[in-house]
Design a protein around this ligand. Structure first.
Ligand code: PMP
Length: 356
């Protein structure tokens, strides 16, 4: 059966990237060894790391004032590593609370300094993006989540932070569109959606921000030794870095971030148009704040919702169930998703509606 992969992460990857990764497991670049068998300090891997770092800079259009790191620990580690490195104990960082991931970041930041929660959308279950708020001008940074994977909202403009440096968790919309990366002081993302396989976290940091906190930072959690070591401080997740490199190569070859955005809009337009015309299916999110990556919706009758999920399963459509914290339904439509998968589920939704 043809599978349609709506998983939220780890999630769909380009078929050719999977083929290249599989080939490299058997024989990396024709050297007669697997990518899983080579040392991270070999010139073979150094070339992978160099290309991966330069692809990030190329896609993001950023210069040498930024360092590109491939770290362990997932985006969740960044929830604490960011404030540990950037937030002095007696200072304040501003945070936007737009969803469960931002909320987790806030909890960790409080371990290191003061947190000003400048905006929260808890009042309406994070079903919208609040754009009006004031950031204290002396805040060390403003942290926000560009795309709320669970709730299905996305920032379609930059938050207004004045001169306060911006820090973004871009785990679920990185490399999905042209984006003012260079207006950010730090960007991080778990790779397992648009940037590759699970096991590596991309961190892009403007170097002049570092070295301003007094606390002792364990070496492995300090960005500076990672930067000095060219992201090879200890053994990196070699295979995951390789898959990220292949994924970024694919994005570039397909036409870059502009092309990714065009495809994302085609998929999202098709899906949201269906959602707005089929009365059985109800959107959860304010129209102007809808995510192009994760669309959330419900069928109010839970027995029917379960029937629809069963039907999805029978038709090879996986990952349609919403996150365990919010329930309902969710379609994740990352870079590698063909329009035909969205067409298939839209047809299923129409059929299901017609049979009511
Ligand atoms: N932030 C966002 C926006 C996410 O979607 C996720 C995971 N889906 C995380 C953080 C946590 O990432 P990880 O599991 O890599 O720690």
């Amino acid at each position: 059966m043809m599978m349609h992969n709506f998983n939220s992460g780890p999630s769909i990857l380009p078929k050719e990237v999977l083929q290249q990764a599989a080939d490299a497991i058997h024989n990396f670049n024709g050297i007669g060894l697997s990518i899983l068998e080579i040392g991270h300090r070999t010139s073979w891997f150094q070339q992978v790391m160099d290309e991966a770092q330069s692809l990030v800079k190329d896609l993001m259009q950023i210069g040498d004032e930024y360092a590109v790191l491939f770290l362990h620990g997932g985006a969740t580690t960044q929830f604490m590593q960011v404030p540990m490195n950037l937030l002095p104990q007696n200072k304040t960082a501003a945070y936007i609370n737009n969803g469960i991931w931002g909320n987790k970041a806030i909890k960790e930041a409080k371990l290191f300094g003061n947190v000003a929660e400048v905006s929260s959308t808890k009042d309406k279950n994070h079903s919208y993006i609040a754009k009006d708020f004031t950031v204290p001008p002396d805040a060390v940074y403003l942290h926000y989540t560009t795309n709320n994977t669970v709730e299905g909202t996305e920032w379609h403009q930059l938050p207004n932070a004045g001169d306060v440096p911006l820090i973004a968790d871009m785990s679920s919309d990185i490399f999905s569109k042209p984006f003012p990366y260079n207006k950010h002081a730090l960007i991080y993302a778990g790779a397992q959606k648009n940037a590759g396989a699970a096991g590596v976290t991309l961190v892009v940091v403007r170097k002049d921000l570092l070295g301003k906190v007094q606390r002792a930072i364990p070496t492995i959690l300090d960005y500076r030794p990672h930067i000095e070591a060219g992201s090879l401080l200890n053994t990196p997740p070699v295979f995951a870095v390789y898959v990220a490199m292949l994924t970024m190569r694919w994005i570039k070859k397909e036409g870059g971030l502009g092309e990714m955005e065009k495809r994302a809009k085609e998929r999202a337009d098709l899906f949201y148009n269906a959602l707005d015309t089929l009365p059985l299916f109800k959107p959860l999110v304010a129209k102007e704040d809808r995510s192009l990556m994760n669309a959330t919706f419900v069928i109010e009758d839970s027995a029917k919702e379960q029937q629809f999920l069963d039907l999805c399963k029978q038709n090879g459509m996986v990952g349609v169930k919403g996150h365990r914290s919010v329930g309902g339904l969710r379609l994740s439509m990352y870079n590698a998703m063909p329009l035909s998968s969205v067409e298939a589920i839209v047809e299923l939704m129409k059929d299901f509606q017609n049979k009511q």
